[in-house]
Write a protein that binds this ligand. Structure first.
Ligand code: GRF
Length: 195
């Protein structure tokens, strides 16, 4: 019996390419009885992604498809089919290192979020921490945003700031920002799915 006041959970699919620490944070968040979502599928373009093994050990359904030797549209169609077969209603990108095609974004319009390691609109793309340090910024941080056709360009749903400390390198700043990502992402995904 669900707890009184808690509706049926939204089915979240998570796309990863690597270690999957943000995926783990989302899966931990789903354990909260008040969470509005459950993790229906963790899918990866890298069959050997460390995060996939972890998800499997947790009993979360997993799917892997390498895009190698396959037209991009065909690769994405297999990911799309796996998500739909798992009854996924919303998608969280968590270190998924491939650009989604406009067609895929259109099919899931408004139902994909991403976490990006900068205070958007600053530093879209790669090397965000090095660019923040190089610019002399007092703060780095992370942003959760809706995914649109524009890279790292959709509506920002939430951010966390992290001070840049004297002597910070891209690696030390990335480590402190990542700890904030793990707090921010489950909270904002829950808010987003509740709204
Ligand atoms: C994180 O820094 C996230 O902000 C970025 O890619 C990294 C993924 O790390 N999008 P992980 O795989 O979640 O550990």
């Amino acid at each position: 019996m669900p707890e009184p006041g808690f509706g049926p959970k939204r089915r979240l699919g998570i796309l990863i390419s690597g270690r999957g620490s943000n995926m783990m944070a989302l899966a931990e968040g789903a354990r909260d009885p008040a969470s509005p979502y459950e993790v229906a599928l963790v899918a990866s373009d890298k069959p050997d992604a460390a995060g996939l093994a972890w998800a499997g050990e947790q009993g979360i359904p997993t799917f892997a498809q390498s895009p190698k030797g396959m037209p991009k549209a065909e690769y994405e169609a297999t990911i799309d089919a796996a998500l739909r077969d798992a009854g996924v209603e919303a998608i969280a990108l968590a270190g998924y290192m491939r650009l989604l095609t406009d067609d895929f974004v259109a099919r899931w319009r408004g139902r994909i979020v991403n976490i990006h390691p900068s205070l958007l609109p600053k530093y879209k793309g790669l090397d965000t921490h090095a660019r923040a340090i190089e610019a002399g910024d007092t703060h780095g941080g992370c942003s959760v945003h809706i995914v649109t056709e524009e890279l790292d360009g959709g509506e920002v749903l939430g951010q966390a700031q992290v001070p840049v400390l004297p002597g910070d390198t891209a690696e030390t700043l990335a480590e402190r920002v990542l700890a904030e990502e793990h707090l921010l992402y489950p909270r904002i995904v829950a808010e987003w799915l509740n709204r």
